[in-house]
Ligand binder design. Structure first.
Ligand code: PLP
Length: 399
């Protein structure tokens, strides 16, 4: 038997598969599974990036009914017209961005929408600017498109706020796109509109797109959120990405979308014809029910996340040595553990092996995240409390 890495070396694979960085979140997930199998230890899982709630019942019911009634076939590549319309209406209502249904293409999650946007917008010789710490998939998506990721570390001193000058300095005529995530995974930061607008203007001046990943846009706590396309000077240079995953607790349905200028939307739809053509017909029905049905479940989940966010902020404030930028959105806190010994990965490993808490090491979000670990508060208050008790024990033991 050869192990996986030997098999990979021996196999004849395309070079692009070798440059892919493995997500450290998945690495921690694998290590946690090992610990669980080998020690039967009860772990607190704070590494996961998905709501702990189930999909609202009415969504599941509508999808099941639709499937029974025949919604089990391929659909139009860009998604069924009522869903594209519902997405355009929801974006206008919830984040102030105005798109016609023809400017929306429905895909298998924000992940596919982002991957296809890179294939459509960037290729060999092009650069894509990614401020970090950032969700790790972007860099791989850019590389798979044959383009070059240009990561721009944001400053920890400002709580990883968007620094428009620093980002603008990396935008050149080779830049095809700049990817901004607000609210941010992993920091929970919601960027100032002025800063986003400044980056968008520089991108537009270089004929580059701003790809605004707004999957956490409806989960903000301290300030109202508006989509970038609603306030930048050149909305025709903005591509907006969103999905049902985080807002409606629908990660497994794999339903997201891209909205933007029609030529980009058409290009993404056409590239997508060679991958999956269209998203799952049943998931499209579920998304239609989620977007057009009662929104109380969203409000309830958001209220629960906010309560947990407040609890986490309180616990971190009481803890010696550790601090974190105040999460203004999403469900992550990015803890500064740089005063503990070892790098982020070692801290995360010790938290797992000695204290039974699973976190995501900050360096998995780019070099700027070194010295941090991400904890997700998409877990019950009880589990978060237990997790923070253990983190605090480790901090006090190691001081
Ligand atoms: N963008 C960000 C910033 C994310 O954190 C995630 C998932 O964790 C995604 C996109 C992907 O979302 P989806 O489930 O819609 O593919």
């Amino acid at each position: 038997m050869t192990d996986a890495s030997e098999r990979e070396t021996a196999a004849r694979l395309a070079d692009r598969t070798r440059s892919l960085e493995r997500s450290k979140i998945r690495v921690m997930f694998g290590l946690a599974e090992e610990v669980r199998r080998e020690s039967d230890r009860e772990l607190v899982r704070l590494e996961v990036g998905e709501p702990d709630f189930g999909t609202p019942d009415h969504v599941i019911g509508s999808a099941a009914d639709a499937a029974r009634e025949g919604a089990t076939h391929y659909t139009e590549n860009a998604g069924i017209p009522p869903l594209r319309e519902a997405i355009a209406d929801t974006m206008a209502r919830e984040s102030g961005v105005e798109y016609a249904p023809e400017q929306v293409t429905v895909k298998n999650g924000a992940m596919e929408a982002l991957s296809l946007s890179m294939l459509a917008l960037a290729g060999p010789g092009d650069e894509v600017v990614v401020p970090t710490p950032a969700w790790p998939n972007y860099v791989n998506q850019v590389q798979l498109a044959g383009a070059t990721p240009v990561t721009v570390p944001l400053s920890a001193d400002s709580g990883f706020d968007l620094d428009p000058e620093r980002v603008a300095a990396e935008i050149t005529d080779d830049t095809a796109a700049v990817i901004l995530t607000s609210p941010s995974n992993p920091t929970g930061r919601v960027y100032d509109e002025d800063a986003v607008a400044e980056v968008a203007a520089v991108a537009a001046a270089h004929d580059a797109y701003l790809v605004a990943d707004e999957v956490y846009g409806r989960l903000t706590y301290d300030r109202e959120f508006r989509g970038a396309a609603s306030y930048v000077e050149n909305p025709e240079n903005v591509v907006t990405i969103d999905s049902c995953s985080k807002t409606y607790a629908m990660t497994g349905w794999r339903l997201g979308w891209l909205a933007g200028p029609e030529p980009v939307v058409d290009a993404v739809t056409s590239v997508g014809e060679s991958t999956t053509a269209c998203p799952s017909s049943v998931s499209q029905q579920a998304a239609l029910a989620a977007l057009t049905g009662p929104q109380e479940p969203v409000a309830e989940m958001k209220a629960a996340f906010e309560e947990r966010r407040d609890y986490v902020v309180e616990r971190v404030a009481e803890m010696p040595v550790v601090s974190c930028p105040r999460p203004e959105g999403a469900f992550y806190a990015f803890l500064d553990v740089s005063d503990l010994s070892g790098g982020s990965f070692e801290v995360a490993e010790r938290l797992l092996s000695e204290y039974g808490v699973v976190t995501a090491p900050g360096d998995g979000f780019g070099d700027a995240g070194e010295g941090y670990v991400r904890v997700s508060f998409a877990n019950s208050l009880d589990r978060i409390e237990e997790g923070f008790d253990r983190i605090e024990r480790m901090v006090r033991d190691e001081r």
